[in-house]
Write a protein that binds this ligand. Structure first.
Ligand code: EPU
Length: 419
């Protein structure tokens, strides 16, 4: 297993291009199977989760061509397998996204049931209940979700909890269902909207994109198109946070600042100087002091859970006390004990992390536990005095493209040691 070796204490400075959004790319690759002919996708990030999703479609029989220039060609016409094995689902929970599309297009799907994961139990009851409301017969047999349907029909569905992949699964099922489906309390994350825009570009009829009520009129078929995926707002936020904790000055290009509004406001509250253009963001933290910021993670457009760990590192180095409340996942403070090994002063009270800022963090050996926790450990390592070694970095490769190469381009000193 690879490790990352970080020499801390260097302020980041320079410019970086932001990659395509992982959480938009995954459902969009999967949704390509709904088309009647070839789909061409641009701005595809080089990530382990993307490779897993490509593998997933290839296992089903799709023809896939990966281009050097971050594009992907998917030919769904040869799909003839409707099963997703445990090996794929256990490495990537988002594999469950094939359920809706397979069921609505081919009338059957057999997908291994995802277990719990490092950040919480993460059930899929809303996905399954929604598909049942659309006429699917769904059973759980020997650890697999076994689903069948003649043709799905429209339904009026209220989702009790705002769920990103749940909304996406039902959206993909509804576009080829007979009649009208209304999804209430739908997730409004930019990645959900990107999927909906992609589906509409293929010929789907989705209204209300960006709102919490989606109205979908089923169509007979969707056609292949060329589509460019949105930039990754969480990758962008992570690099901005890295500049903030190292008192650096960084400019990000190829970003969508509108997707980062709540996060940018918190950066300003934390004392950063921001300059924002149509598709770029500059954050300057030179000669400025980090201030503590209180945060409550909530569904979009509120502050994202995927930026919680990174802001915890900022708070760990800020002057004063801050409260960070995690309301999306029940176990998403796994980075806290690791940050404490580096000298952070953090107390956990239920779903609230209370930080008392310290003057500095000290490099140590730490362990990555999930994707965003890993990102926070890199940030801590960059800010810390001395050397930090991060073990189990495979988590970071799931969601950050060429992470050490990108950080090093803006002055970081990170080395990957292959084992
Ligand atoms: N939930 C249910 N029942 C369901 C579905 C969800 O109770 O059927 C609950 C979950 O347990 C959780 C809450 O609803 O408490 C929200 O979870 P959601 O379903 O929105 O999460 P997800 O779709 O599994 C996506 C992202 C996550 C991101 C969350 C929240 C993808 C592939 N994953 O997960 O991304 O944290 O939304 O925004 O889109 C990451 O990139 O590091 C990551 C974990």
């Amino acid at each position: 297993m690879d490790t990352l070796l970080i020499q801390g204490g260097v302020p980041l400075s320079g410019e970086l291009d932001i990659s395509g959004a992982k959480n938009a790319v995954l459902p969009i690759i999967v949704a390509s199977l709904l088309a009647e002919d070839v789909v061409m996708l641009n701005n595809i990030p080089h990530l382990r989760d993307v490779t897993t999703t490509i593998e997933l479609l290839a296992t089903m029989g799709a023809g896939i061509t990966v281009d050097e220039k971050l594009s992907l060609e998917i030919d769904p016409t040869t799909i003839n397998q409707f099963e997703v094995p445990y090996e794929l689902v256990k490495t990537m929970r988002a594999s469950v996204l094939v359920l809706g599309p397979l069921l609505t297009k081919y009338g059957e799907a057999r997908v291994s049931l995802p277990g719990g994961c490092a950040i919480g139990s993460r059930p899929v009851n809303i996905h399954l209940d929604g598909l049942r409301a659309m006429g699917a017969d769904i059973r759980v047999e020997k650890g697999f979700i076994v689903a069948r349907a003649e043709r799905l029909h429209g339904a009026h569905i209220y989702m009790d909890v705002v769920t990103v992949t749940g909304t996406e699964n039902l959206l993909m099922a509804a576009v080829l269902a007979q009649g009208v489906t209304v999804l209430e309390n739908a997730a409004r994350e930019p990645e959900v909207n990107d999927l909906a825009n992609f589906l509409n570009a293929m010929g789907a009829q989705i209204e209300g994109i960006g709102s919490s009520t989606l109205r979908i009129t089923g169509v007979e078929k969707l056609t292949g198109i060329t589509y460019t995926v949105i930039p990754d707002r969480i990758e962008a936020g992570t690099y901005l946070a890295a500049a903030a904790v190292t008192q650096g000055d960084i400019t990000l290009r190829k970003v969508e600042p509108l997707h980062l509004e709540s996060v940018l406001l918190k950066f300003e509250e934390a004392g950063a100087l921001l300059d924002v253009g149509r598709d770029w963001i500059r954050l300057d933290m030179r000669n400025r002091t980090l201030k503590p910021v209180n945060i409550v993670t909530m569904p979009y457009p509120a502050f994202p859970t995927d930026m919680q760990a990174q802001f915890l590192v900022m708070n760990a180095l800020a002057k004063g006390v801050a409260h960070v409340k995690e309301t999306i996942f029940e176990n998403r403070f796994m980075h806290v004990p690791e940050l404490m090994r580096m000298g952070a002063n953090i107390a956990i009270d239920g779903n609230i992390a209370i930080t008392q800022g310290v003057d500095k963090l000290i490099g140590a050996q730490v362990m990555a536990t999930d994707l965003r926790a890993s990102a926070s450990l890199i940030l801590a390592g960059l800010a810390a005095e001395g050397e930090t070694t991060i073990n189990r970095v495979y988590h970071i490769d799931r969601g950050y493209e060429r992470v050490e190469e990108k950080f090093n381009r803006v002055g970081a000193l990170i080395q990957r040691l292959a084992s």
